[in-house]
Ligand binder design. Structure first.
Ligand code: F6P
Length: 481
């Protein structure tokens, strides 16, 4: 079987350049990478179809075809569209139909091959796949990763300000694309049941999909790269530890150096709500006696001295954090420093785990929350937002602590609880990942769905060709009445 992953935004390369360090290179790309590689390991031919970029500032993505991470079966195929330069995902919409779809079809025509099935990622991949699936006559699944309607709600988009927001985010195109994708897909793949019922039931998707229709949804949780995010100590952890100690020595008061830490490591994005966690720490004196606050920030050596290299939104977040630190005199209790790449991040988690530290994510809404399960497997108990997929990942609070991200007192309660029960939550977190969140299991889930899509299709064709009765089709039509 050949499966194509349709992922127009961001990009992929063998060095994982920019992975998790740019909004277009977030959790979605890690997800596509890991599922594609796991399917490759299972003997499936996989093509990741994405964009070709020829741009001196983004030099990693100019090859047309590359094999991926040493896998014989997995290729990155880069289709030129929307010019050569890097474009953020919000600017790709006009080029999807004509250029991206056409380029993809031409590529397969030229090669004389064709995928048997497609998996679409994000609204842009969904729209492109709906068209491609018609042209190539193959089924597709849709994985939204993040839906536009929820983003609009979070940003407070309404009738009055819609035009203004639409200029920047292109919501009109995104919602339209998502509606088409969720409607035409063979199945919509969601990470949690909550995602299905909470997110797809939004009024902006009314009529496009029926959340009560079991045949249209499949819950397949993502996994953790257990090799990278292992809790088992690695030789290079010593270097990471020295590096972290250097920063802790720089920022913390001497008498606080041995305290555990509360680790915040999400991308600087307003929806991640770093402010909530910092405020909770600032307001709870007991918590301050127990632990330090550590904020991991990519690319900034010492934010206490200079953070002018951050972009506008990131600077605004940092301004807020600095104001809280100043107002509550948290100097000597907070440390901020960079950690580079997934491998060093995992290593840092292990180092912090040795210090009986905990991970914290107080996002206002987290669609799934890959970062907390990575931290869990690397040995950190987690305190996570109750809003979104995290509720299910920690099974309502059984495997980690849930908090209300808009209530500083509740966040502080959760942080105290996790710190006081470090060993218990550490063990539970590791167990949870081993039992439920591996990429192999995710890939198997995809394979099952894709095989089913192909079998159903065969059956329908066969019924037409032989003139025999097709019960699946009958049931489908009956259900639609
Ligand atoms: O950060 C996680 C993530 O899934 C990305 O990888 C994805 O592209 C992104 O969210 C999109 O979010 P938004 O709704 O802000 O466009």
């Amino acid at each position: 079987m050949r499966v194509a992953f349709i992922n127009p935004q961001g990009n992929f390369d063998n060095n994982d350049s920019h992975l998790t360090e740019h909004p277009d290179f977030g959790g979605q790309l890690v997800y596509v990478k890991e599922v594609a590689l796991a399917l490759g390991e299972m003997g499936i031919d996989v093509d990741i179809i994405t964009r070709r970029i020829i741009d001196e500032n983004w030099p990693e993505f100019s090859e047309d075809v590359e094999s991926y991470h040493g896998s014989q079966n997995v290729r990155i195929i880069r289709i030129p569209f929307g010019g050569d330069k890097f474009l953020p995902k919000e600017r790709l919409w006009p080029y999807l139909g004509k250029e991206f779809v056409k380029g993809t079809v031409d590529f397969y025509k030229k090669e004389g091959t064709k995928p048997d099935a497609l998996t679409a990622h994000y609204g842009d991949g969904g729209l492109a796949s709906a068209i491609l699936s018609n042209i190539l006559d193959v089924p597709f699944t849709f994985t939204a990763h993040s839906l536009g309607a929820q983003k609009m709600d979070k940003l407070g988009v309404n009738k009055e300000n819609f035009d203004e927001f639409d200029k920047k985010y292109n919501f009109s195109k995104r919602i339209f694309a998502e509606r088409i994708a969720m409607n035409r897909s063979f199945v919509n793949i969601v990470s949690t049941t909550q995602e299905r019922f909470d997110q797809y039931s939004h009024r902006l998707y009314e009529g496009a999909v029926d959340v009560k229709d079991d045949s249209k949804f499949k819950v397949i949780p993502p996994g953790v790269n257990t090799k990278t995010f292992t809790h088992i100590p690695q030789i290079f952890d010593e270097d990471t530890e020295n590096c972290i100690l250097k920063y802790l020595n720089r920022d913390l008061n001497d008498d606080r150096l041995n305290l555990p830490c509360i680790v915040l490591s999400s991308r600087f994005d307003k929806k991640k709500n770093h402010k909530g966690a910092v405020l909770a720490f600032a307001k709870d004196k007991k918590l301050q006696e127990k632990a330090n606050l550590v904020i991991i920030l990519r690319g900034v050596e010492n934010p206490f001295k200079d953070y002018s290299s951050l972009n506008y939104e990131e600077r605004e977040i940092m301004d807020e954090i600095m104001t809280i630190i100043k107002e509550h005199n948290l100097y000597g209790k907070v440390s901020m420093f960079p950690i580079n790449g997934q491998r060093q991040l995992a290593s840092a988690y292990r180092v912090f785990s040795k210090r009986k530290s905990i991970f914290c994510l107080t996002a206002l809404y987290e669609p799934f929350g890959l970062a907390p399960i990575e931290a869990m497997y690397a040995g950190l108990p987690v305190v996570v937002t109750k809003n979104g997929g995290t509720f299910e990942t920690v099974e309502g609070g059984k495997y980690g602590v849930l908090v209300d991200p808009e209530d500083a007192e509740d966040i502080a309660r959760g942080l105290n609880l996790a710190l006081d029960n470090f060993e218990l939550y550490r063990e539970l977190g590791i167990k949870r990942v081993e039992e439920k969140y591996t990429w192999e299991a995710t890939a198997k889930g995809y394979l099952e769905v894709l095989e089913l899509a192909l079998i159903k299709r065969e059956k329908i064709y066969e019924a037409f060709l032989t003139g025999s009765e097709d019960h699946t089709l009958k049931e489908k039509i009956k259900n639609m009445l």
